[in-house]
Design a protein around this ligand. Structure first.
Ligand SMILES: [Zn+2]
Ligand SMILES: [Zn+2]
Length: 368
């Protein structure tokens, strides 16, 4: 890259040219945490920015390099213009600083403690439970801090429990180009504690899997896919507790479907019922109700039963139940039924089916 295109190192870090070493470090820490690849997986732009701020800091944090940069600008490091260039060794120095930042950032203080981990619980409830609200006892497993070592992994009272190989981190970091990578420490198997000093109760793990039972309240009108978060009920770590996310799935109902706070129910009726009118038995969430079907009801007509829907979630009142009436045409007829229907068909004159009549009139008009 031509040095003319490079941004000024002070500008990259967002500091004054007179910035002190402390100010530089603070600015770099903020930016390094913001753009670190562990935080921005698969984000090329963040990675580029991370490299840019790391390079700027590598140059300005070294008093010698900073002096040369102040005199010569980017040319100080441009090998094509007599500069010294940058190599991996220039970044090795910032590796250690970065390591300290990252421990803060990922909560890795004092051994191999991890970030509090959230847990997910999938809760299936029935249509009725979703409609009316419910309370469920859920059982799940989470890791809880060892009661003896409180997550420290070492037997209480043991002097200098830290693994000397990794200085208690449980992992060994090494620099690869710009990025520090890590692997679990071999000598302590990632626990950060000397084998002889390990807590006997948890065998140096710091936590133990425990069954938890919780009462979860599901409010009336909850939507499919809703998530209830129970703060602090995820995994326990010395850095704090994760949360438990309860994902609610509502099982399909044999008769009802749902649209927001309204519920839909399709009721098949016979042609005579639709033509003559009838009293129908219609299911609602609160049991069966009678519904009067007026004579001459068309197939597909929707009747609204006010207030028979679900409570409006996060609002007031209730939705409605929408009853859709469909006329069912018989697929098989006895000889006697056929005879009667044929007789009926003859009996029905032009005025009996006004929709059909209008259709036929239009059709005629179209092709004449
Ligand atoms: Zn323990
Ligand atoms: Zn170790």
């Amino acid at each position: 890259m031509a040095s003319a295109e490079k941004r000024d190192y002070y500008e990259v870090l967002g500091v004054e040219r007179s910035a002190s070493a402390d100010e530089l470090k603070r600015a770099y820490k903020q930016l390094a945490i913001k753009f670190h690849p562990d935080r921005n997986p698969d984000d090329k732009q963040a990675e580029e920015e991370f490299k840019r701020v790391s390079e700027a800091y590598a140059a300005l944090s070294d008093p010698d390099k900073r002096r040369r940069y102040d005199q010569l600008g980017h040319a100080a490091f441009d090998p094509n213009r007599g500069g010294t260039g940058f190599d991996a060794a220039d970044f090795a120095g910032i590796g250690e600083i970065l390591e300290g930042f990252l421990d803060d950032m990922f909560g890795r203080r004092g051994g191999a403690s991890r970030l509090p981990k959230d847990l997910r619980y999938n809760l299936d409830i029935s249509f009725e439970e979703a409609a009316l609200g419910t309370e469920r006892l859920i059982e799940y497993e989470r890791s809880e801090l060892c009661t003896q070592c409180k997550g420290a992994r070492a037997e209480p009272g043991v002097p200098i429990p830290e693994c000397p190989a990794c200085r208690g981190r449980g992992e060994v970091r090494f620099q690869r180009g710009f990025f520090a990578t890590s692997r679990p420490c071999f000598s302590c198997e990632g626990s950060g504690v000397r084998a002889e000093a390990r807590c006997k109760l948890c065998e140096g793990k710091g936590s133990v899997p425990q069954k938890q039972t919780l009462r979860v309240k599901i409010p009336a009108g909850v939507e499919n896919g809703a998530v209830r978060t129970l703060s602090g009920m995820g995994e326990e770590t010395p850095a704090g507790n994760g949360d438990l996310h309860v994902h609610v799935s509502i099982k399909a109902h044999p008769l009802f479907t749902r649209e927001g706070a309204d519920i839909l129910c399709e009721v098949p009726v016979s042609f005579p019922q639709a033509a003559l009118g009838a009293t129908l038995e219609v299911p609602t969430l609160e049991g069966k109700v009678s519904m009067r079907l007026p004579p001459g009801t068309q197939s597909g007509r929707v009747f609204r039963l006010r207030g028979k829907g679900l409570p409006v979630f996060g609002g007031y009142g209730k939705g409605d139940e929408l009853v859709k009436v469909t006329v069912e045409v018989p697929e098989k007829l006895t000889p006697r039924q056929r005879e009667l229907l044929e007789e009926l068909s003859h009996e029905m004159g032009a005025g009996t089916h006004p929709q059909q009549q209008t259709f036929l009139d239009k059709l005629r008009g179209l092709f004449e």
